[in-house]
Design a protein around this ligand. Structure first.
Ligand code: DAH
Length: 346
C-alpha cells in the first residue's frame, strides 16, 4: 500500500511538471485529488485495515494529499502569472484602465440627522434609549393623560393591530409618537431621568408632500428635583443653536398636549430670510420645530413619582421635518421612495 502511494505521488508530480494551461491543471486535479482518484480510494479504505497498518498508511496518504495540494496551488499561481504576462505581451490587457469601482454606501439623510441630534443631547448628559414600535393603548394614550373617548385622541390617526384581548378590546397599535417611552422609562427608573428616544412612529394618513404614514421622532425627557421651565427653554435653545447655527433665535408659544402642563410649541427664526418672511416660513419669519412642555403632574403620579418632589420637561420632534429644513427638501415622500438620485446627494 505504501509503495502504491509512492507511485501515485511520483506519477502525479511527473505529470504536473508537463502541464502548461489551466484546463489541463483542472483535469490533473480531478485525476489525482478528485473523488474517484486512487488516493481518495486509499483514504476511504483505511478503516478496513488492521490498526498498525492503518496508522502508517493513513499518515502516508495524508502526507501525499497535502503535498499534492500544495503542488497544485503553486502550479496554479505560476500558470496565472504566465497568463498575465502573455496577455500583457499581446497587448490584450491594458493596466492603465481604471479599476472596477467598489460601490460605497452612505447613511440615509434621516439617519445622519438623527445621529446628529442624539449627539447634541448626549453631550448635554441625555442617554439615548429605544422602545417598541408596536405599543399598547395604555402607553401610547392612557398613561399620557389621553383616556378612551378623550377628544385629544383626534390629534392622532392610528393604526390598530388586529389583536383582541379577553375583554374583547383591541388595545394594541403602532405607536403614533415616541412619547409612550416616557412612561416606560419612568416605570423602570427613579429620578434623575435624562433620556432621548429616537424611533419610528406610524400614522394612518393620506400621504402628501408633508405627511407620511411612517416617520421618525425624537422624544426627550428630563425629570429631577427643581427642574423648571427655564431648564426646558435653556436646553432646547442650546439644541437649536447647535443644529441650526449660533445666531438662531427661538420662540416658545402655548400649545396643548395632554401629557404636559404648560405645553408649548417651539419655533426658530427662519434661517433663509432671517425673519423677514419667505416661502420656507410661509411669510411668518418663524419655523415650528417641536412640541414641548412640563411633564403633567397626573403623568408623574401615574408612574409613582411624587409631583411635589419631582418636576420635569419633555419634548418631541419629527426628524424628517428637521432634515427637510436642514437640506432644503420640499417633499417628505422623497425619503422613502428609494431613488438613488435623491439619496446620493447626502
Ligand atoms: N408626542 C407629540 C406628537 O407626536 C409631540 C410632543 C409634544 C412630545 C409635547 C412631547 C411634548 O414630549 O412635551 O405630536
Amino acid at each position: 500500500m505504501l509503495k502504491k502511494l509512492d507511485e501515485i505521488k511520483s506519477k502525479a508530480i511527473d505529470e504536473l511538471s508537463g502541464i502548461s494551461d489551466i484546463k489541463a491543471l483542472e483535469d490533473w486535479r480531478v485525476r489525482y485529488l478528485g473523488k474517484k482518484s486512487a488516493l481518495t480510494q486509499v483514504l476511504r479504505g483505511l478503516s478496513a485495515l488492521p490498526v498498525g497498518e492503518r496508522k502508517r498508511v493513513g499518515a502516508s496518504a495524508n502526507e501525499t494529499k497535502d503535498m499534492l495540494e500544495a503542488a497544485l496551488a503553486q502550479k496554479s499561481e505560476e500558470l496565472k502569472e504566465t497568463e498575465l504576462a502573455l496577455a500583457l505581451e499581446r497587448g490584450g490587457l491594458d493596466v492603465t484602465l481604471p479599476g472596477r469601482p467598489i460601490p460605497l454606501g452612505r447613511l440615509h439623510p434621516v439617519t445622519q440627522i438623527l445621529q446628529e441630534i442624539c449627539d447634541i443631547f448626549a453631550s448635554m448628559g441625555f442617554q439615548v434609549v429605544e422602545g417598541p414600535e408596536v405599543e399598547w393603548d395604555y402607553y401610547n394614550f392612557e398613561a399620557l393623560n389621553i383616556p378612551r373617548d378623550h377628544p385629544a385622541r383626534d390629534m392622532f390617526s392610528t393604526f390598530w393591530i388586529d389583536f383582541e384581548n379577553e375583554r374583547g378590546e383591541r388595545p394594541m397599535l403602532l405607536r403614533t409618537h415616541t412619547s409612550p417611552m416616557q412612561i416606560r422609562i419612568m416605570e423602570k427608573t427613579r429620578p434623575p431621568v435624562r433620556v432621548v428616544v429616537p424611533g419610528k412612529i406610524y400614522r394612518y394618513e393620506a400621504t402628501d408632500a408633508t405627511h407620511e404614514t411612517m416617520l421618525y421622532q425624537i422624544e426627550g425627557l428630563a425629570v429631577d428635583e427643581n427642574i423648571t421651565l427655564a431648564d426646558l427653554k435653556g436646553t432646547l435653545y442650546e439644541f437649536a443653536r447647535r443644529l441650526f447655527g449660533a445666531e438662531r433665535r427661538v420662540r416658545f408659544r402655548c400649545d396643548y398636549f395632554p401629557f404636559v402642563e404648560p405645553g408649548a410649541e417651539m419655533a426658530i427664526d427662519c434661517f433663509i430670510c432671517g425673519g423677514s418672511g419667505c416661502r420656507l416660513c410661509s411669510n411668518t419669519g418663524w419655523i415650528e420645530i417641536m412640541g414641548a412642555g412640563m411633564v403633567h403632574p397626573g403623568v408623574l403620579r401615574g408612574v409613582d413619582y411624587d409631583p411635589d418632589t419631582y418636576t420635569g420637561f419633555a419634548f418631541g420632534m419629527g426628524v424628517e421635518r428637521i432634515a427637510m429644513l436642514r437640506y432644503g427638501i420640499d417633499d417628505i415622500r422623497l425619503f422613502y421612495s428609494n431613488d438613488l438620485r435623491f439619496l446620493r446627494q447626502f
